[in-house]
Write a protein that binds this ligand. Structure first.
Ligand code: MOS
Length: 743
């Protein structure tokens, strides 16, 4: 019986975090100190720099240099040198490369000084003359010019819309009941708590140690090597802790390029910390205009699904995910078509943001399904059960597991859904209108190749090392839990090393794939440790395990134990002492099993209650129940935190979040967390998370990953509840009070 996996274990790094012992990228210091870089952002959205006058900035005492495209050190000249592991098709942005302005807020100079205050002041003195060109930042102005995703590369093809099936246009036209409407999700920004920062330390031997805020240290290392022509041994990238990434740190960001540029130019250690407004130039969830068509029988089965989407990207890269494909995956329907067009705007390239594509795509589908349920006079849960699909219809294959029915059942029970009066405006709480809405969530369950090293010491301590990040999700903790169980040691005998490019290979931490990848990687490597221990144990005279094979052994309580005969044991300490070894080291690479016969997804059912003030239109989300099916749960405490965070973000998506651009200037107006609204404590009430049992054999531990499923469907559940409360259907997020007026 595994003692740690599945238990609600507190974060092993929790004390370090709350006492400040955990250091973030901007907090690493060196003897002699660091210089501070401050960015000068472009004030126009498109055009070129005619001249840059840095003399006033240079005259400030304490300024070391002002770097621009005119005087920066050499950088690579080819696009391929700037392509990171997760770069989309196109020509990646190169900070301080040339005089071209691609977006408002683009870094165009870096002032480097003795203190951050001096740097920031001097940055305000840099004078820039621009030659402006006409820009466009409004997706509605560009919707007709949007072009179908091209999917020229293998990665691009992965994210292109799936193959259509049947004849959806015909089936939609012939359907007894039809719903067809447009839904809109605006640009949203990640707004992690920690500001993006990089500290680049120049070592005595000419190499660089880089502390960067990133979701992938090896991705940043490869990128820096490409951009600056360095060898891997010349640059070590570390990110032991991260104050939230949510996708904004999957690609290397410009703080690290700028800090490295300055460090190379001055041969001094340099730190660059972005300001909150500058964080808005890093990437964003693309705005999405979607049209959903649903055709159904009067009995509530689906005949046709059409999903057309326009999403936003920059002029220089084509970022998109499979935004529309979720619609054809979730419900049983013989006829489905998808179209995805890209609007190229004078903005930075959009990027992944928690449950990229699913958060906005499933919002539209699930809002449309609610409207269909109303048209059919059918309970929304009942409609989804009638359309339930046991197969992935894109690939025509079963799922490795899909306990979504159980999510609907347990979620509805916990919420009290059966007491819902279907009539809009029929439920009240004092002067408030009350609404109950629900939606489904879906995400992928992926595993990636990963390498794990374990060093077991004769004193019963094990160090587990992998270059993955812990972006705040609890990776340190689940790694320790899995290692403790796999090695039969107490949790506090395990130490975890991660977030360091010199450690064994890991992909970026994203896509909810690290838990399944690294946990199974630990199990594989622990098996190699066990085999080595057995080899040593067999050398003991009259060894109780002389005839044992590694497969019939487990490691429990610091001992090798036969599964067949619990009396046959050899302690780790004895085996290593007899073998004369102080440490056993193993490093193994684990890849996902080939499983082309099945699809791998996680699912959820979300139930939301809103109270709407009838006079003012203020919406409060008073209760949410999220029932999640995500395979085996490694840690019910940190896992529930992931879902809670996702639900809170879904509330923000439904009611608060929207990046607003003044299109005259192509400039974001609310680039701060006073005016870009995210939910605060007063917006968050009762949230209940349920994990339904879902055995899965896709990998030895049966893990699916759940970092992203928490947000998917939440905005639709809230929007559907708002409709139920008010009778008003708002199809463009966020649902602010003006859109509900008069209630
Ligand atoms: Mo997540 S958007 O894959 O960091």
């Amino acid at each position: 019986m595994a003692p740690y996996i599945g238990t609600p274990t507190s974060r092993i790094d929790g004390i370090a975090k709350v006492t400040g012992a955990a250091k973030y990228a901007a907090e690493f210091n060196v003897p002699g100190g660091v210089l501070y870089g401050s960015i000068v952002p472009s004030a126009i959205a498109k055009g070129r720099i005619v001249s840059l006058d840095t003399s006033a900035a240079m005259d400030v005492e304490g300024v070391a240099t002002v770097l621009t495209h005119e005087n920066r050190p050499r950088m690579a000249g080819r696009d391929q040198d700037y392509k990171d592991d997760v770069a989309p098709d196109g020509s990646p942005f190169r900070p301080l490369y040339d005089d071209k302005i691609r977006f408002n807020g683009q870094p165009i100079a870096l002032v480097v000084a003795e203190t951050s205050e001096i740097a920031r002041f001097a940055a305000s003195l840099v004078r820039v003359e621009y030659e402006s060109e006409a820009h466009v930042t409004d997706v509605f102005r560009e919707r007709d010019a949007a072009i179908p995703v091209k999917a020229t590369s293998p990665e691009g093809a992965m994210f292109a819309p799936p193959k259509p099936r049947g004849d959806a246009a015909k089936a939609l036209a012939a359907a007894a009941v039809r719903h067809d409407a447009e839904y809109y999700v605006p640009i949203e920004h990640h707004n992690p708590m920690e500001l993006y920062a990089a500290t680049v330390i120049v070592e005595g031997d000419g190499t660089f140690t880089v502390y960067d805020k990133t979701q992938g240290v090896q991705n940043v290392q490869r990128y820096l090597c490409g951009v600056f022509g360095m060898k891997p041994e010349d640059v070590r990238v570390m990110s032991p802790f991260m104050g939230g990434g949510f996708g904004s740190g999957l690609r290397p960001q410009f703080e690290v390029v700028l800090a490295m540029l300055a460090a190379r130019a001055l041969q001094r250690s340099v730190r660059v910390v972005l300001t909150r407004p500058q964080m808005y130039a890093l990437g964003y969830r693309p705005a999405m205009i979607q049209r959903i068509g649903l055709g159904a029988t009067t009995g509530g089965t689906l005949e046709a699904i059409t999903h057309d989407a326009i999403t936003v990207t920059s002029q220089y890269e084509d970022f998109y995910r499979q935004e529309t494909g979720w619609s054809g995956l979730l419900y049983k329907c013989a006829n489905a078509t998808y179209a995805h067009r890209l609007a190229h705007l004078d903005l930075p390239t959009s990027c992944d943001m928690r449950a990229p594509s699913a958060a906005p795509g499933v919002y539209a589908l699930e809002a449309a399904m609610d409207e269909l349920a109303v048209a059919l006079k059918l309970d929304p849960v009942e409609l989804r059960l009638r359309c339930y699909s046991d197969r992935d219809q894109h690939e025509n294959r079963p799922f490795s597991s899909k306990a979504l029915r159980e999510c609907y059942r347990q979620g509805a029970d916990a919420f009290g859904w059966s007491k819902r009066n279907p009539e809009p405006r029929s439920m009240r709480d004092g002067s408030d209108l009350v609404g109950w809405g629900m939606a489904t969530g879906v995400w992928e369950a992926m595993q990636m190749p990963i390498t794990v090293r374990i060093v077991l010491s004769a004193n019963g301590h094990a160090e587990v090392a992998c270059a993955t990040s812990d972006i705040g999700t609890g990776t340190y903790t689940i790694m320790a839990q899995v290692a403790a169980d796999a090695l039969g040691l107490p949790l506090d005998s395990i130490s975890i090393k991660l977030g360091d490019s010199s450690l064994p290979q890991s992909p970026v931490e994203g896509g909810s794939w690290i838990a399944a990848s690294v946990a199974n990687g630990i199990v594989t490597t622990a098996e190699a440790i066990r085999s080595e221990l057995l080899r040593l144990a067999k050398q003991i005279p009259n060894s109780p395990l002389s005839n044992a094979s590694s497969d019939e052994l487990t490691l429990v309580g610091g001992q090798l134990v036969s599964k067949h005969d619990g009396a046959r044991t050899v302690s780790i300490a004895d085996a290593m002492r007899h073998g004369g070894v102080e440490r056993i080291e193993q490093e193994k690479t684990t890849s996902p099993a080939e499983d082309a016969a099945r699809s791998h997804n996680v699912h959820s059912a979300i139930f939301a209650e809103v109270n709407v003030d009838e006079q003012l239109g203020v919406v409060r989300v008073t209760r949410v129940v999220s029932a999640v099916a995500a395979g085996r749960i490694l840690n019910t405490k940190t896992a529930a935190s992931q879902i809670l965070g996702g639900v809170v973000w879904g509330i923000g998506m439904a009611l608060h979040e929207e990046t607003l651009i003044d299109h005259r200037f192509g400039r974001i107006m609310n680039a701060n967390i006073a005016e870009y609204h995210v939910p605060v404590n007063a917006d968050v009430h009762d949230i209940k998370v349920i994990f339904v049992d879902e055995p899965d054999d896709s990998n030895p531990l049966g893990i699916k990953g759940l970092g992203e499923i928490g947000i998917v469907g939440v905005a639709a559940a809230v929007a559907n509840a708002v409709y139920h409360a008010t009778g008003t259907r708002v199809r463009n997020l966020p649902i602010t009070l003006d859109k509900l007026h008069p209630v």
